[in-house]
Design a binder for this molecule. Structure first.
Ligand SMILES: [Fe+2]
Ligand SMILES: [Fe+2]
Length: 184
């Protein structure tokens, strides 16, 4: 959904987009679960537990919305996530994972904020989206704080965050270029 073709939800056929959202949330839950194994403070373990709960709830909210709208839940590939990882490289440390998660949480929040402002958005979508946006804003802020905390001990953190942000920019540029040549 992270391309110019995905900038708008078709109010007559919103199910495609909801399946993109749902798949991204499921993918996010998996990534948080893997990262939680490496958590090295009680605070981070606690925050990651709440984060995992949120992403699973989000996946369920979109599942319910798809069903309410008479649609079918389908699994969809996650091209943004795949490209983000490809540009960043295999995350080797907890800091790498936090930086990568920060980039993708920011991107996800920006997408939801773009869509929630759409005038003709059905209530069955706007309602859960508003609740999800509140959670996503917390995800961005606690991960930023966790990284700042780690930056006191590790001077390389700003560089790792910059590398994750660069991977995000490259991933989105590739998706946009592909969508353009596909005529979308
Ligand atoms: Fe989420
Ligand atoms: Fe999130």
């Amino acid at each position: 959904m992270i391309t110019s073709t995905g900038r708008r939800i078709d109010p007559e056929d919103p199910v495609w987009m909801l399946n993109q959202y749902r798949a991204a949330e499921v993918h996010g839950a998996g990534a948080i679960m893997r990262m939680a194994r490496l958590a090295d403070t009680a605070k981070l373990r606690s925050d990651l537990s709440r984060h995992l709960r949120d992403e699973a709830v989000h996946a369920w909210l979109w599942t319910k919305a798809i069903e309410e709208l008479g649609g079918e839940v389908v699994d969809v590939p996650q091209p943004y996530q795949a490209r983000l990882s490809a540009h960043f490289g295999i995350p080797k440390t907890l800091t790498d994972m936090l930086a990568l998660t920060l980039a993708s949480e920011k991107r996800g929040l920006a997408e939801y904020e773009l869509h929630v402002g759409q005038d003709d958005l059905p209530q069955a979508i706007r309602r859960p989206m508003k609740a999800i946006i509140r959670d996503e804003a917390w995800h961005v802020s606690y991960i930023e704080e966790a990284l700042q905390e780690r930056a006191r001990e590790d001077k390389r953190i700003d560089e790792i965050i910059a590398r994750a942000e660069q991977a995000d920019v490259l991933a989105v540029a590739e998706l946009e270029a592909e969508a353009a040549t596909a005529g979308g």
